[in-house]
Design a protein around this ligand. Structure first.
Ligand code: PHE
Length: 453
């Protein structure tokens, strides 16, 4: 479908379902299945979940809609978007922040995706069979601390990401996202059923759903905010970049709502698969980044067909990671191509190489360089923390200020009138949130989390 005023070199998503599949494909990934359970465990469970849900609804959803609007209106990469919409102003540097965040995130994202690939191999070779929870745990740590194999899988994953981006937006992204994500949801639901019927499952459900707000720390609240951005792919221009490929007939508000709901549901479903099992197998919920990889093999052992489910699960997890990683790489590639005028293929290769090199250090910081830390964090955790808890919320802050104050109501109404029918009341609420609530909340949580108050 062609939309008006699109420069001929830019692709447009071919269908409504393609838009949702691609945006949801970006949002749903390791953030939902690996990171959400692990940080929920670290920050004490239900209270963290509820704060996270609050941020998703109050801040995430409006900012997602804002990013779509900025992208579609400007038809440009994240840097160019601000440059087009706010010429001769410093707004464009928000775009640079986004490109930096993309580089950092994809560096460590590729490492975790590499772990998932290793777990496909481990599943195929039946390596989890007859292992105790303790043995499964040492198996995980032995693997991630190795110097070569995790790097090999990480680079393999980066190559796949690069290949898909080189093929181009329509053929590459839409095709993969559409078929495989629903299958992943089915597998997670099967896992949920097994997990909640384990002996001792109840304690896990309590942990996930019965909040004890006294457990919340300023750092936990900032992480909940950071993860709301991370999980929804917000704050660095991913959805500005994707929005630039969305046609004018698309109902952006509805798309944003659908993507937000789907992403959040999948995270909760993943939590329901993990925490009952964590408690049933006597694993510590605050185990950290290995939580999913240590816990789920125990569950696969205890279910009929576990051998196949395990292969399928890690395969689909890798695919979910791919549909996210391509969206992250696309931010950098679109910037290289449109701002630095580098040809698409070369831009893609350059960005991939650059990110992979940083990624190798992330991987090595699990073993070889474990002792090299800053603020008590290894290189991997440092990149994760800076990008998710600092750069994305800052990006979100600027995006909300941009739409709320710089763009203002008239332009918002104009843009939303294309394809959407929001009532005046809803639009007022939307603007109010972007003007005051989102920037205020982000600023407070941010500075509080950094210990400024
Ligand atoms: N949202 C993705 C996930 O949950 C990760 C991501 C972050 C993608 C930021 C794009 C931008 O896995």
């Amino acid at each position: 479908m062609k939309s008006d005023k699109i420069p001929p070199i830019r692709d447009v998503f071919s269908s409504k379902i393609g838009v949702i599949a691609a945006a949801a494909g970006s949002a749903v990934g390791l953030g939902n299945i690996w990171k959400f359970p692990y940080i929920t465990g670290v920050y004490g469970g239900a209270a963290f979940l509820f704060v996270y849900l609050g941020f998703i609804a109050l801040i995430g959803l409006p900012i997602m809609l804002s990013e779509f609007m900025i992208g579609r209106k400007s038809r440009s990469n994240v840097f160019g978007a601000f440059k087009n919409l706010a010429p001769n102003s410093p707004w464009k540097y928000v775009g640079l922040l986004g490109v930096a965040a993309a580089v950092m995130i994809l560096s460590f994202y590729g490492v975790i995706a590499g772990w998932s690939i290793d777990y496909i191999v481990k599943s195929i070779t039946d390596s989890f069979a007859a292992k105790s929870p303790g043995e499964l745990e040492s198996m995980f740590f032995q693997f991630i601390e190795r110097p070569i194999l995790p790097v090999f899988y990480q680079l393999f994953f980066m190559l796949m990401t690069m290949a898909i981006v080189i093929v181009g937006i329509k053929d590459g992204i839409e095709k993969y996202a559409k078929i495989l994500m629903p299958l992943l949801i089915v597998i997670i639901i099967v896992l949920d059923i097994r997990a909640v019927t384990l002996d001792g499952a109840k304690e896990g459900l309590n942990f996930l759903f019965h909040p004890d707000f006294s457990k919340l720390t300023a750092d936990g609240v900032l992480s909940a905010l950071g993860h709301a951005f991370f999980s929804l792919s917000l704050g660095m221009g991913t959805l500005i970049t994707y929005g630039s490929y969305i046609g004018n007939q698309n109902n952006l508000a509805k798309t944003a709502l659908q993507v937000t709901v789907a992403d959040t549901l999948i995270a909760i479903l993943a939590g329901i698969a993990i925490f009952p099992a964590v408690f049933a197998f006597g694993i510590e919920p605050d185990k950290g980044a290995g939580l999913v990889f240590i816990t789920l093999p125990n569950v696969f052992q205890q279910m009929p067909g576990g051998f196949f489910f395990s292969i399928l699960f890690f395969l689909l997890l890798t695919v979910a990671a791919l549909t996210s990683s391509i969206s992250i790489l696309e931010v950098v590639v679109a910037y290289f191509r449109e701002e630095l005028k580098i040809k698409r293929n070369l831009a893609t290769i350059l960005a991939t190489v650059m990110i992979s090199i940083v990624g190798i250090f992330c991987s090595l910081s699990m073993g070889l360089f474990k002792e090299q830390t800053l603020f008590g964090l290894n290189f991997f955790d440092l990149l994760d923390w800076i990008s998710a808890n600092m750069l994305l919320p800052l990006g979100g802050l600027f995006i909300s200020l941009f739409i709320g104050w710089y763009w203002g109501r008239k332009r918002v109404e104009e843009e939303l009138a294309k394809g959407s029918k929001l009532s005046r009341g809803l639009i007022s609420a939307f603007i109010f949130v972007l003007k005051f609530i989102a920037p205020g909340a982000i600023a407070i949580v941010f500075f509080n989390g950094l210990g400024v108050f």
